[in-house]
Design a protein around this ligand. Structure first.
Ligand code: NAD
Length: 386
């Protein structure tokens, strides 16, 4: 803890030989970004690429933090949202970086959620055959997942994330304070990914989330921020381990796509990307069921059943068959139905989280489905409704 009662910064190393880097996690990292980044710079000048919502809330803080270390910064502000991950905005970004005279040894800062991280990382990968970049993720999803591991890219009308490259950042600054301005929906979308690490990698972490989920989601107090930092640290640690074992997703890392590869349902005209219909619709049920099947195939493909003693593939509680199984189990007084028992009553739903569509899918980010999955673990089950 520091003098202000805040937890000291954590640092997780992503061990990739010459491409190794640190993920720094803590409060106030944007304010002191200049000091964190300065040692990596060839000259005191950076280019920031961000998006409208993040710029309105936090760009001045970042610029002030850089200026405090004598670093000159210029910024490009793109539209917010998934549709920004497209050829047009990639071209605009690359041309802007060239016009800004960004050289081979310069640094680009990707300041935003997963959309900006993916797009700017890809721009950095192809500009002058590859320049260095720093990820400053501002959503929970980006902090625990997309900013770590070097997967960068954009969408195509043929599918999501179909154009891209593996390009590792030089540094990741995950500032917990950024999460304070997220909408509850965007927070929960990221929390779904956190739950996924618990479900896949560590029963102890999963149980820690069950105990601390509501406080984590509430945020606000220093104590709750400390919980957020711990959740991000443990998630990043797990992701870093997986990335170090399988940088280009040939084996273990595919497991992280659990629930990501759900089929498309609604394409927006013109190939733009849309969110799924509201939870509870028939379409959602179908998607959820398919996700459950794909999740277990994904685990098998990644050899998880053989490898993961702690990791367990939990049934999707939204799957119609899981519901039926729960009803049968309740009638028979058993407890192994995707809902665990405390004092003879189901305590909390056990979910497979992170059910947004991912690579190759022809639609949106699945935030709603993630939020729904995450909410399942935050909210105790009402047995009468299950
Ligand atoms: N590269 C990878 O390994 C990887 C992994 C998972 C997901 N992804 C990609 O990440 C993207 C989704 O990421 P996301 O959920 O961060 O989406 P996002 O970047 O669109 O951010 C979600 C919303 O939060 C807003 N926002 C961002 N930071 C904010 C802040 N601090 N305060 C208030 N609002 C803020 C944005 O304006 C946006 O409306 C998808 O494109 C997905 O394909 C990539």
């Amino acid at each position: 803890m520091n003098a202000g009662g805040e937890r000291a910064m954590d640092a997780v190393r992503v061990a990739l030989g010459a491409r190794s880097y640190e993920v720094r996690i803590g409060s106030g990292l944007v304010t002191r970004a200049g000091a964190e980044i300065a040692p990596l710079l060839a000259r005191p000048k950076v280019a920031i690429v961000t998006e409208e919502r993040v710029a309105a809330l936090h760009l001045e803080t970042l610029k002030a933090g850089l200026a405090a270390a004598g670093i000159e910064a210029q910024a490009l502000v793109l539209p917010a949202g998934e549709a920004t991950k497209c050829w047009g905005e990639l071209q605009r970004t690359v041309e802007w970086l060239l016009a800004a005279e960004v050289e081979r040894k310069d640094m680009v800062l990707a300041f935003g959620g997963g959309v900006i991280g993916d797009l700017v990382g890809f721009a950095a990968a192809i500009l002058r055959r590859g320049i260095r970049f720093v990820q400053i993720p501002t959503t929970l999803l980006a902090q625990v997942d997309s900013s770590v591991g070097g997967k960068t890219g954009i969408n195509s009308p043929h599918g999501k994330n179909l154009i891209g490259a593996f390009h590792q950042p030089a540094l990741v600054l995950a500032d917990i304070d950024m999460l304070d301005t997220l909408t509850p929906r965007d927070f929960l979308a990221g929390y779904g990914e956190v739950v996924k690490y618990g479900g896949l990698g560590s029963l102890a972490f999963f149980e820690w989330l069950e105990a601390n989920g509501p406080a984590l989601a509430a945020g606000g107090s220093a104590a709750n921020k400390t919980l957020r930092q711990e959740a991000v640290r443990r998630s990043v640690q797990m992701k870093a381990g997986i990335v170090a074992r399988d940088e280009t997703e040939q084996g273990d890392r595919a497991l992280l796509n659990l629930g990501h590869t759900c089929p498309a349902r609604a394409d927006e005209p013109g190939g733009a990307l849309a969110l799924p219909p509201s939870p509870g619709s028939d379409g959602d049920e179908t998607r959820s069921g398919r996700c459950a099947g794909r999740a277990s195939r994904c685990r098998r493909a990644a050899g998880a059943d053989a490898a993961g003693q702690e990791g367990r593939c939990r049934p999707d509680p939204l799957h119609p068959r899981a519901r039926h199984r729960r009803r049968v189990c309740r009638r028979r007084g058993r407890s192994r139905c995707g809902a665990r028992r405390a004092g003879g009553r189901p305590r909390r739903a056990v979910v497979h989280a992170g059910s947004g569509p991912e690579d190759g899918d022809r639609k949106g980010d699945g935030g709603r489905a993630r939020a729904r999955a995450a909410a399942e673990i935050l909210i105790p089950l009402d047995p009468a409704k299950r």
